[in-house]
Ligand binder design. Structure first.
Ligand SMILES: [Zn+2]
Length: 197
C-alpha cells in the first residue's frame, strides 16, 4: 500500500510517519508551503527527521515540497500566536488536502494521510469535514483521506506512535527566532506539556 503523508516537523507528523512505517506502507511525505514565517525552519528540521528515518526504513520517497499561495499569509505572520484563537489558519486542512490530492494524482497513490486529532474545533478539523472531503475526492477517483489519530489525545498519539529518539529534532513553533523555538507560542506550550507528561 502507498500513502501520501502530509507532514511538518512536529510530534503529530513524526507519529504519522511511524504509524505507516508500522504498517509497512510506501510513504510519500509531502510538505505544503504557503508563505508562513515558520516554514523554512520546519523544512530544515523535517529534512533532519526524514534522514534519520530513511536510515532505518527504506520504503519512503524523497520529501516533496509543494507551494500554494495564500493571500492572507503576510497579515497572518504579524500575529504572535500566544493565544489559541490566533493559531487557526483559515482553510489550512482544506489547502493541505487539496495539495495532497494533486500529488496523489501525479504519483498514482490513492491514500492520503493527515495527522489531525480534532482537538480544537476548527471548521476543517472535524470528522464531518473529513467525511465531506472524502465525498468530494471520490468524485475524482478512488481517493481516500485517512485520519488515524482523529479522536485521540495528544498524549495517546505521543505514547503509541511517536519515535522517542526524535524528541530533540521535533520542531513546532509558529514564531521562531533565528531558527530556534520561541518558547512562548501556543505550539511551544504544547511541547512543554508533552515534555512534562
Ligand atoms: Zn514558539
Amino acid at each position: 500500500m502507498k500513502v501520501i503523508a502530509l507532514v511538518s516537523s512536529g510530534f503529530d507528523s513524526i507519529s504519522l510517519l511511524n504509524y505507516y512505517i508500522n504498517k509497512s506502507y510506501a510513504i510519500y511525505p509531502l510538505y505544503v508551503k504557503s508563505g508562513f514565517k515558520w516554514e523554512n525552519d520546519e523544512i530544515n528540521h523535517l529534512k533532519d527527521i526524514l534522514s534519520y528515518i530513511e536510515n532505518r526504513y527504506k520504503n519512503i520517497a524523497p520529501l516533496k515540497i509543494t507551494t500554494i499561495s495564500n493571500d492572507f499569509s503576510e497579515e497572518f505572520n504579524k500575529r504572535d500566536f500566544i493565544e489559541d484563537e490566533d493559531v487557526e489558519i483559515p482553510f489550512r486542512n482544506l489547502d493541505l488536502l487539496i495539495s495532497a490530492l494533486k500529488y496523489a494524482y501525479s504519483m498514482d497513490v490513492k491514500n492520503i494521510a493527515i495527522g489531525i486529532m480534532g482537538l480544537v474545533a476548527f471548521k476543517d478539523n472535524t470528522e464531518y469535514f473529513i467525511k465531506a472531503i472524502n465525498n468530494l475526492f471520490s468524485m475524482y477517483g478512488d481517493y481516500r483521506v485517512e485520519t488515524p489519530f482523529l479522536g485521540m489525545s495528544k498524549k495517546d498519539v505521543f505514547d503509541k506512535y511517536f519515535i522517542k529518539e526524535l524528541f530533540e529534532k521535533a520542531f513546532c513553533c509558529m514564531n521562531p527566532i533565528n531558527g530556534k523555538e520561541c518558547g512562548v507560542c501556543s505550539k511551544c506550550k504544547e511541547k512543554e506539556l508533552i515534555k512534562g507528561a
